[in-house]
Write a protein that binds this ligand. Structure first.
Ligand code: SAJ
Length: 439
């Protein structure tokens, strides 16, 4: 099956790389977004999201005339929905005393509704947004059928999850295996033919609900596994054990692969997606729910460690290194670093944060330093919150010259206790019950 014109709805972290990749591979692509600034930026061949390789891809796509951005849809052969599915802001669900977050499907619903007037026989519609199980069948199909056309017979309908890792999106989009879930086998085949234009990884066809579940299972699996690593960090701390050493020894077992503890789980995927299962079936998901609770409580554990190192936090000056949700990205969404800083401030600490990937970040209630120097110079302690490569490379002897702080607290196993002790610092590490000598 051949599709010449593709309309991508939502030009964010997934929609834009997908749209530009299709265009670079020869399709005629219209990108649609509700944000006029995004549209103007893209039509000039510029980008609004920093992601390695994206600028080159968009600029090539625009220059070749194969990619344009607009605020309104047009008729096309394919419609791809890649809009966000965040939480509902002011509402939670409740099941037997357990409160859980609810998915906000308004963007997906309105994207599907905007396709209705343009939908023609033989079109393919693909939902890529991470969604609760059965969204394609129970939410999207009925909306699209308002066109008078029947899903699965008049037009094809698929769910195909994105599985790319921020920071490596352009490569993983092409190389990763791709799951295509069709509401009929013909729909799955149509989805296969579409993505085969650029995907080099295996393309596997299944049904739509299985594909939705696969996506949620992947991220939930990771969340649960990070939760157990975080719980191990608390146990190690209690028993005077270095959790990082213990994990590396446990991981020598051929069937064990424990992930890394840290200040918590952030980003817009792993900290969000497990809730879609809890919302859909709270009576079946105690493990998933409790893992979310463990990971969300990890910033509190960091505060305990900082208190152990500094005593009362009242008026203590703390330089917080890193605001991003994970190393070497500029994405601050759902970042546990922000939560840690917020909790420190609540306890009376004065925190200056330095995020080299977003020096101009403007976060409500946060004092953002303009450089590493200005973050650390009058600090009492340095708190490492993100394992950015450039933080790992810092040389303790050099840092000692720039700050009066003589305490460092490492929450991500980024630094060596030996090196920082040699640089004149007292060293504390999250989950390392051996690094807890008081200053
Ligand atoms: N983290 C830990 N310990 C670890 C690994 C991660 O605390 O051992 C933390 C990170 O610091 C970060 C959070 O977890 O705060 C999530 O980071 P991540 O690198 O695990 O995942 P994401 O959110 O960047 O991307 C995930 C990926 N999913 C899986 O690895 C199963 C990616 O492939 C998905 O495409 C993406 O979610 C998505 O869009 O759903």
């Amino acid at each position: 099956m051949k599709f010449e014109k593709i309309c991508v709805l939502g030009l964010g972290y997934i929609g834009l790389p997908t749209a530009s990749t299709f265009a670079v591979h020869g399709a005629d692509v219209l990108g649609v977004d509700i944000n006029s600034h995004v549209i103007e930026t893209l039509n000039q061949g510029e980008i609004h999201i920093p992601e390695p390789g994206l600028r080159e891809s968009v600029s090539k796509a625009v220059q070749s005339g194969k990619f344009r951005a607009a605020m309104k849809l047009e008729e096309a052969d394919v419609f791809i929905i890649a809009v966000p599915t965040p939480f509902q802001e002011n509402k939670t669900g409740e099941y037997q005393g357990i409160k859980y977050k609810l998915a906000d499907m308004r963007a997906v619903t309105s994207a599907a509704e905007s396709i209705v007037p343009h939908l023609k026989k033989g079109n393919l519609v693909v939902l890529e947004s991470t969604s609760p199980p059965r969204t394609t069948v129970d939410l999207i199909a009925p909306i699209l059928e308002k066109s008078g056309l029947k899903a699965g017979s008049d037009f094809f309908l698929c769910y195909s999850p994105e599985r790319v890792l921020p920071g490596q999106i352009m490569r993983e989009l092409i190389e990763n295996a791709r799951v295509i879930g069709g509401i009929t086998t013909e729909s799955a085949q149509a989805g296969h033919d579409l993505y085969a234009t650029f995907v080099k990884g295996e393309i596997i066809q299944t049904d739509a609900t299985t594909a939705e579940m696969v996506k949620l299972m992947e991220n939930t699996y990771r969340d649960v596994n990070i939760a157990i690593a975080n719980e191990f960090s608390r146990l190690a701390d209690k028993f005077g054990v270095d959790v990082w050493e213990a994990i590396s020894l446990a991981n020598l077992h051929p069937r064990v692969k424990i992930l890394s503890p840290g200040p918590g789980v952030g980003g817009h995927c792993i900290s969000v997606d497990p809730w879609f299962f809890v919302e859909a079936a709270p009576e079946l998901t105690p493990l998933i729910y409790h893992s979310r609770q463990v990971n969300d409580a990890q910033p509190q554990f960091v505060i305990q460690r900082v208190k152990h190192a500094l005593g009362s936090l009242k008026d203590k000056k703390i330089a917080a290194l890193g605001l991003a949700y994970k190393p070497d990205v500029d994405d601050l969404r759902e970042s546990p670093a922000n939560e840690v800083i917020y909790l420190l401030q609540k306890q009376g600490a004065q925190v200056k944060a330095w995020e080299p990937f977003k020096p101009d970040a403007d976060m409500k209630g946060l004092q953002i330093a303009s450089s590493l120097d200005s973050a650390i110079n009058d600090a009492d302690a340095i708190l490492l919150l993100v394992k950015h490569s450039e933080f790992i490379k810092l040389i303790p002897q050099e840092i000692a010259k720039l700050t009066k702080a003589r305490v460092v607290i490492d929450t991500v196993n980024g630094w060596s206790q030996k090196d920082w002790n040699a640089g004149g610092f007292n060293f504390f590490r999250l989950g390392d019950g051996k690094s807890q000598t008081s200053p």
